[in-house]
Design a protein around this ligand. Structure first.
Ligand code: SF4
Ligand code: SF4
Length: 369
């Protein structure tokens, strides 16, 4: 990194204000600045790893101190500019889709264009604006893609508190937003951490989590979390959790949807986050019947593409296993029994079993008609 301007000059305070202004002009709803000392967040992260809650996400443990010491990840880093951007598209249904078991529920952050690209591009524009003002400076942008303890940084930068669901919440915006970070070697003045915790006695997120993955306040056991099971996990989804997943086939929003602060979430004005291919309202069966070419074509530029077609079919099979009995669903599942993947075949067989149990239950109750 280049040599930064000398610390404690009034210029840095003015620059920090200017950065926040530019950030808002670029579409970020909030911009905060913090230093590299992650303190209690680092300790909490170590405990989370030691408990094994990261499951198969070995990269989390492998990165060791890089995640808790930003100055090791990018040498020379002094400050981190943390931004947030709302993502909920306007007029998109949430709980209504969850209550329709034949529909696919896809986490609302993943309906449109890949947020990594959108936010990284804006952060890089912000860096160019800073460079114009102060000359070359050391910086690097991150969006949920590197060993960055982003929620801890966001709390420290004053963006919100860590809710019992482990997400960052803002009292006037809830939690339906993305975070991004610009590491810099500029000695900018830092913001006050967000020290209040507004959860109080509420514990709706813990009570309503479909798989009981929130094992303590602010602690999620990823191995039970549907986001992990449908996106990160590469192997089979543990059988005892499948029926609890309902129609959640890519991510899960329940611990945000039940949160009282979510009613303050503002709709995103970004066209990039608008749903593509009706992914906010499509039947599970339609998505299960997509060919691999359909999948690749329709998820181009979307975060969904990263899971690949095999996991897509695995997840849809679980959704269909939880869907109401239908001869059409059974036929579609049977047509996939010889799909060349042991993972898919096993989930399809499980889904067929579930469908058959449901059909038997229908036959059993029918004499009372
Ligand atoms: S995302 Fe879903 S499964 Fe994961 S902790 Fe939240 S409610 Fe539970
Ligand atoms: S649901 Fe309640 S406990 Fe959970 S994060 Fe929201 S306010 Fe906090």
């Amino acid at each position: 990194m280049s040599t930064p301007p000398s610390p404690d000059t009034p210029d840095m305070a003015a620059l920090a204000e200017q950065i926040k202004l530019w950030g808002r002009e670029l579409g970020f709803q909030q911009v905060g600045i913090t230093d590299v000392d992650l303190g209690e967040h680092a300790e909490r992260h170590r405990r989370w790893l030691a408990a094994g809650y990261h499951g198969e996400m070995d990269y989390m443990a492998r990165h060791g101190e890089l995640r808790t010491r930003p100055e090791l990840l990018v040498e020379g880093t002094q400050r981190i500019i943390v931004v947030r951007m709302n993502y909920l598209p306007p007029e998109v249904e949430t709980t209504k889709v969850l209550s329709q078991p034949s529909k696919a529920y896809i986490s609302r952050y993943a309906l449109g264009r890949d947020y990594h690209k959108v936010i990284r591009k804006r952060l890089s524009t912000l860096a160019k604006q800073i460079e114009k003002a102060v000359g070359p400076f050391g910086h690097r942008a991150f969006v949920d893609s590197a060993p960055v303890l982003e929620r801890g940084l966001a709390q420290k930068a004053g963006l919100g508190w860590t809710g019992k669901n482990s997400l960052i919440l803002h009292p006037k915006a809830g939690s339906l937003f993305f975070l991004g970070e610009l590491f810099t070697d500029l000695p900018l003045p830092i913001d006050k951490p967000y020290d209040k915790i507004h959860c109080g006695k509420c514990q709706r997120c813990r009570d309503m989590c479909p798989t009981q993955a929130i094992v303590d306040d602010q602690v999620v056991d990823a191995r039970r979390c549907i986001s992990y099971l449908t996106i990160e996990l590469n192997g089979p989804i543990p059988e005892e959790l499948r029926s609890m997943m309902g129609n959640r086939v890519y991510g899960c929003d329940d611990c945000q949807l039940v949160c009282p602060f979510t009613r303050f979430a503002k709709a995103s004005q970004e066209d990039d986050f608008a749903p593509r291919h009706d992914l906010d309202r499509t039947d599970l069966l339609t998505l299960f019947n997509w060919s691999e070419d359909d999948f690749l074509d329709r998820t181009a530029g979307s975060p969904i593409r990263r899971i690949g077609y095999e996991k897509w079919l695995r997840n849809m099979a679980v959704g269909l296993g939880n869907a109401p009995y239908s001869a059409e669903v059974v036929a579609a599942l049977e047509a996939r029994l010889d799909y060349p993947s042991a993972l898919v075949q096993e989930h399809v067989r499980w889904a067929l079993d579930q469908q058959q149990h449901r059909q038997s239950a229908l036959i059993t109750v029918s004499p009372a008609d």
